[in-house]
Each structure stands twice: as structure tokens, then as C-alpha cells.
Design a protein around this ligand. Structure first.
Ligand SMILES: Cc1ncc(COP(=O)(O)O)c(C=O)c1O
Length: 409
């Protein structure tokens, strides 16, 4: 089967053929070619409209081309875009102040991609281990089935063989333990442990919500053993689950927040490590950096995102509409759906394998005008932009029900 099978439009075929020829094949996208988007909707080169139920893995939480964010970006484009960190800009400090206050922390280390924030968090934890805790080259406890990005160090502690194979040698110093098992984390911590790094809810693993006592027990463990709790909120955070941070569901405040994706408003790559000065203060000039990290354009967008989060309306939408989404999806259990997990407008849906793979169902849904992403073989992720309406959710779930019915053997 070729990637173009079933694609009936010449413009779509032409772009996909060009993509196949010139773009490295490190992804396997659905045969949909986006040309424009607004709110929760994407329009393709053939003029077909799709309800976006992926939201660029939470990077488009506030909707495509959110007017408030786009206005801030336009204004900044007309003033100043990049100076590097060799000079100050009038945008960076106000952004870092606003983000630090949102997180209840002292300082922000601005970066670009999510993986960079994770890498930076790891470096900060190791430096903190060396300078503050007195354990140079300390270890970091991580969760099995994690997803924290694609750099060589990050894939070194991934369980995904496709992401690892052929990319060695790997970075040492990580101790994987089962996600959700606080006792296993406690067993893995020793006197040389500097941090526990987790996703509060595992996204790529299939939207796995841990037991209620997991994060509180990790918090207690970190307090007792003088270990940093690092929460990768890159996909789960910034209103996706109905709270500003997913950790809030369990009343837990980590020592270090890793943020990304939605922080850039779906407009620019913007990520951050946020922590108190006794942690981030371990970084001194020339020890870490990035040319684009904290650039004025990204900082202006990030400031707008923080002020939108402060209003709480996106968190409220996610809670209320998430309840609706989960109720509707749970109604399909026994009709092609095996399980539904998640919080807020974030749902992992396990499909009966007899109906085909997640990829197969994603294709059938795209034909019906709904864009979702499969993960782990037979799981579909529903994560629409938080501007989606209840009616749009109903329509998407109706399409899903029809696609499941059509896929029955
Ligand atoms: C939890 C988590 N951390 C880190 C990343 C990496 O982010 P990026 O793709 O921007 O490097 C992702 C991306 O999906 C993620 O879900």
C-alpha cells in the first residue's frame, strides 16, 4: 500500500510526493495537507475542513491562530525579533517574571523545544547534585514508558526500541522504574540520586493517569531524600487537563517544572525550566545557553499565553468540555472501544484490535473530517484545542462511532 492510496486530490498528491522526495522520513503523517487553520479547524489544500483533535500534541491548546496570541506576535514582529542572549531585550524579563509567578517559583530558564527543556532540566539537576547536594555525576530516577523527547540523552532512558535502535552509545545515569509505582521509585533512590523525572500523566504512553497517591508519595520521598522532583508538564500542562499544571490534580508542587508546547501559543517554539533560585541558581554564565532561547518574539508570545492562563477560562473549558468528551467516549465502550482514560480535554481511547490498528482508525476518521493521532498501536488520542465547543465534540464522537461501526469485520 502506498501512502497516496485513497488520496483523490491532485494538489494533495503533489505535496505528498514532494514531501516524500525531500523531507526526511522520520514521521509517517496521515495524507492530509494543511493549508490554513482557525480555532479548532484545519483546512487542507483541496479546501476540505477537519476538526483538529490532536492540537499539535497540546501545542495548539489555545486554538489555531488565536487572535490574542497572533496580535502579540504581529506587534513584536514590527519591533524586535532576535538579539541572542548576548544583550538584554525588553521582553525577556517581563515574560520570565510572569511565568515564574504563574508557577510560584523564583526563576525561569528559557529554551525552545520541549526536548531542550528536558535536557536543560537534566543538566540543572546534575549541576545541583554537584554544587548543592555534593554528589557529582548523580543518577536520575525515571519512569518506564516515558516520553520526554528525541535527543541522544533522552532516548538513552526511553523504552521505545524504535527511538533507540542504532543511535547508541547511550548516556548513562538513569534508573527506570514502573510508572505509578512509588515504592519502586523509593527502592531506586540511593544516596547518589539527584532527581526523579516524571510526566505527571504519561502522554505518548496512551494518556496514563497514575494512582492518586503516586505524586504525593514521590513528593514526600523527594523531601525525605533531598532529591529534586522534576515534572515534565510539556504535554500535560498549561490547561490541557483542566488545571494550569497536571500536578495540581494531586496537590503536588514539583521542584522543577518543564514547560513547552502551548507556552509558544502554537506560533513559536518556546520552552522553559522553572524552579527556585536555590536550584536554577546553579547555572552561571557560559555554562548553558541557546541562541534563540528567550528571544523577544517568543517572549512576547509567552507573556500573552501566561496572561491568558491567569484568567482561568481555558482551564474551566477543559474541565467542563472534558467531562462531556469523556462521557461521550465512554458511551462507545463495548461498541469498538475497550477503555477510555485521561483528564480534561485529553482522552486516550483503546480500540478493540479486531477493528484494526489505531492508524487504520485515524485514516477512517480523517476521511470523515476528524484528525486524531494513534499511539501504542491500538490507542487513539483525542486532544482538541481548548476552544472546541460541545457541539463540535458531539460531532467528532459521532464520526468516531460511525468509523468504528464501518470497521467491524
Ligand atoms: C511530555 C513530553 N516531553 C517532551 C516532549 C518533547 O517536546 P518537543 O517535541 O517539543 O521536543 C514531548 C513531545 O511530545 C512530550 O510529550
Amino acid at each position: 500500500m502506498t501512502i497516496l492510496e485513497g488520496v483523490d486530490n491532485e494538489a494533495t498528491k503533489a505535496v505528498i510526493a514532494l514531501d516524500e522526495r525531500y523531507v526526511a522520513h522520520n514521521y509517517s503523517p496521515l495524507p492530509v495537507v494543511a493549508a490554513s487553520a482557525e480555532g479548532a479547524w484545519i483546512t487542507d489544500v483541496a479546501g476540505r475542513r477537519y476538526l483538529d483533535c490532536l492540537a499539535a500534541y497540546s501545542a495548539v491548546n489555545f486554538g489555531h491562530r488565536n487572535p490574542e496570541i497572533v496580535a502579540a506576535a504581529h506587534a513584536q514582529l514590527d519591533a524586535l525579533t532576535l538579539v541572542s542572549r548576548a544583550f538584554h531585550s525588553d521582553r525577556l524579563a517581563p515574560f520570565c517574571q510572569a511565568l515564574a509567578e504563574l508557577c510560584g517559583k523564583d526563576m525561569v530558564l528559557p529554551m525552545n523545544s520541549g526536548a531542550e527543556a528536558v535536557e536543560s532540566g537534566i543538566k540543572v539537576a546534575r549541576k545541583w547534585g554537584t554544587d548543592v547536594k555534593g554528589v557529582p555525576e548523580g543518577n536520575i530516577v525515571v519512569a518506564r514508558n516515558n516520553f520526554h523527547g528525541r535527543t541522544t540523552t533522552i532516548i538513552s532512558f526511553s523504552d521505545d526500541e524504535t527511538a533507540r535502535r542504532g543511535f547508541g552509545p547511550y548516556t548513562p545515569g538513569f534508573r527506570p522504574v514502573p510508572f505509578g509505582d512509588a515504592a519502586a521509585a523509593a527502592d531506586a533512590v540511593d544516596e547518589r540520586t539527584v532527581a526523579i523525572l516524571i510526566e505527571p500523566i504519561q502522554g505518548e504512553a496512551g494518556i496514563i493517569v497514575p494512582p492518586d497517591d503516586y505524586l504525593p508519595r514521590l513528593r514526600e520521598l523527594c523531601n525525605q531524600r533531598n532529591v529534586l522532583l522534576i515534572a515534565d508538564e510539556i504535554q500535560a500542562g498549561l490547561a490541557r487537563t483542566g488545571r494550569t499544571f497536571a500536578c495540581e490534580h494531586w496537590g503536588v508542587v514539583p521542584d522543577v517544572y518543564l514547560l513547552g508546547k502551548a507556552l509558544g501559543g502554537g506560533v513559536v517554539p518556546l520552552s522553559a525550566v522553572v524552579a527556585d533560585s536555590d536550584v536554577l541558581g546553579v547555572l552561571h554564565p557560559s555554562e548553558h545557553g541557546s541562541t534563540f532561547g528567550g528571544n523577544p518574539l517568543a517572549a512576547a508570545v509567552g507573556s500573552t499565553v501566561v496572561s491568558m492562563l491567569r484568567r482561568g477560562e481555558y482551564q474551566k473549558r477543559s474541565t467542563e468540555l472534558g467531562r462531556h468528551l469523556h462521557n461521550r467516549l465512554r458511551g462507545l465502550i463495548g461498541h469498538g472501544v475497550v477503555a477510555v482514560r485521561g483528564l480534561g480535554l485529553w482522552a486516550g481511547v483503546d480500540i478493540d484490535p479486531a477493528l484494526g490498528t489505531g492508524k487504520h482508525l485515524s485514516m477512517r476518521l480523517a476521511e470523515r473530517g476528524v484528525l486524531v493521532k494513534d499511539t501504542q498501536g491500538a490507542t487513539l488520542r483525542f486532544a482538541p484545542p481548548l476552544v472546541v465547543t460541545a457541539e463540535e465534540i458531539d460531532w467528532a464522537v459521532d464520526q468516531f462511532a460511525d468509523a468504528l461501526a464501518d470497521s467491524r469485520p
